[in-house]
Design a protein around this ligand. Structure first.
Ligand SMILES: [Zn+2]
Length: 387
């Protein structure tokens, strides 16, 4: 086969074309980079070095001279909101929503940002309006989650139930939360002595989330309020099979109800049986209280000693010393009292409920954490082990 040497002559032409293309791209790039104002880079630098005030100053000047730069307007809006200048963030995001030359996607972004601005400003009605407008867009899940947050803050439980049910096909099923919303409605109904509404809501809570201990506790309270103590005891005992960790929360109710029927020993026997299967100082505390009430100091002392052996805690030691004080001879009492006071001071600092989600501590038990607004995040047991 004969090779045509003329093809070799075309090689420099190809190289030349490649070189030309590269030059054109380079020129294009240079032209574009010259178009980006210097103040923009200055703003970025300030942002990266966390100097938000200076960043804002530079970026505002860019935005003023280039009002069509939507991304920059978003960055500014978020900066304004973070700095607490909500009115400026609102004006910025509103101006993007009102623009005719932006895509639906950008308008939705601006609407979502606007909703969060209103939320931060505490203007819940206007935030609700912004998120409701997003329900028909591809941001509907984020909008529903934001609306659910608003309804919880506003304690609008029926709306919260409806919204959480709409979100039930998301990875988080919201069953525990819906049950809690029903409990809140039942709580409201009980304070108005509206037993039928309370019953309906508590049953609805258990239907949606059968492990909802709060609903069971409240059903027992409801039975007691209707003068049905036997029924109340029967209901509270169900907590053992639901979640035994919560037994201390019904222990006091059980003892008080047995006591009112002059059957305190029967109640104590029931709690001791529960304690054997699910030992905890929180539960034992109620048994000790009952034993002391019945004048059985020695039984209380032995129970506390065994508990300390099982799980050494300052709170347990504090209670043991308290019982011991009542049995020691008078001449030893002053010394022991001094030791007990010291232990009590330290134990008291640890006797707190704690949120498993954010670590917020409180003396009172919360079904809804005041720190992070999570439901059922508090452990029902308080005491910390020494070791
Ligand atoms: Zn929390």
């Amino acid at each position: 086969m004969e090779f045509n040497f003329l093809w070799l002559l075309s090689l420099p032409v190809f190289f030349g074309l490649g070189w030309l293309a590269a030059r054109i791209d380079l020129r294009q790039l240079l032209r574009e980079s010259r178009r980006v104002p210097q103040a923009y880079f200055k703003g970025l630098n300030f942002l990266l070095s966390e100097q938000h005030d200076k960043a804002l100053e530079s970026l505002v000047s860019v935005a003023h001279n280039h009002p069509d730069t939507v991304e920059l307007q978003f960055a500014l809006g978020s900066l304004f909101r973070r700095k607490g200048e909500i009115d400026k963030a609102i004006t910025l995001h509103q101006s993007i929503v009102a623009r005719q030359d932006v895509t639906e996607e950008i308008r939705s972004d601006a609407l979502e940002a606007l909703g969060h601005d209103f939320l931060k400003a505490g203007l819940f009605d206007r935030a609700e309006d912004a998120f409701t407008r997003l329900l028909s867009t591809n941001r509907s899940t984020a909008a529903k989650e934001a609306l659910l947050g608003i309804y919880q803050q506003e304690r609008e439980w029926p709306k919260a139930i409806d919204m959480a049910r709409q979100l039930s096909d998301t990875p988080h099923a919201w069953q525990a939360e819906v049950a809690q919303f029903h409990c809140e409605l039942a709580h409201r109904a009980m304070s108005e002595l509206d037993w039928p509404t309370a019953t309906l809501n508590l049953e609805a809570a258990l239907n949606v989330h059968r492990k909802c201990v709060r609903a069971t506790i409240m059903l027992g309270d409801l039975a007691l309020a209707q003068k049905l103590p036997e029924e109340a005891i029967k209901i509270w005992r169900r907590v053992e099979s639901q979640d035994a960790e919560f037994l201390p929360m019904v222990a006091e109710r059980l003892l008080r109800t047995y006591e009112q029927q002059s059957r305190l020993d029967e109640g104590l026997a029931l709690l001791k049986g529960l304690y054997l299967s699910h030992p905890s100082l929180d539960l034992l505390e109620h048994i000790i209280h009952g034993e002391l009430q019945q004048g059985r100091l020695n039984d209380a002392y032995v129970l506390l000693k065994d508990e300390l052996r099982r799980q050494p805690t300052l709170a347990g030691l504090d209670q043991l010393l308290q019982v011991q004080l009542q049995v020691v001879p008078v001449e030893r009492r002053a010394d022991l009292e001094q030791v007990r006071q010291l232990v009590h001071q330290h134990a008291d600092r640890l006797n707190m409920y704690s949120c498993k989600h954010c670590g917020f501590k409180a003396r009172q038990y919360f079904w809804h954490c005041p720190g992070c607004a999570t439901w059922e995040s508090y452990s029902p047991q308080r005491y910390r082990a020494l070791a």
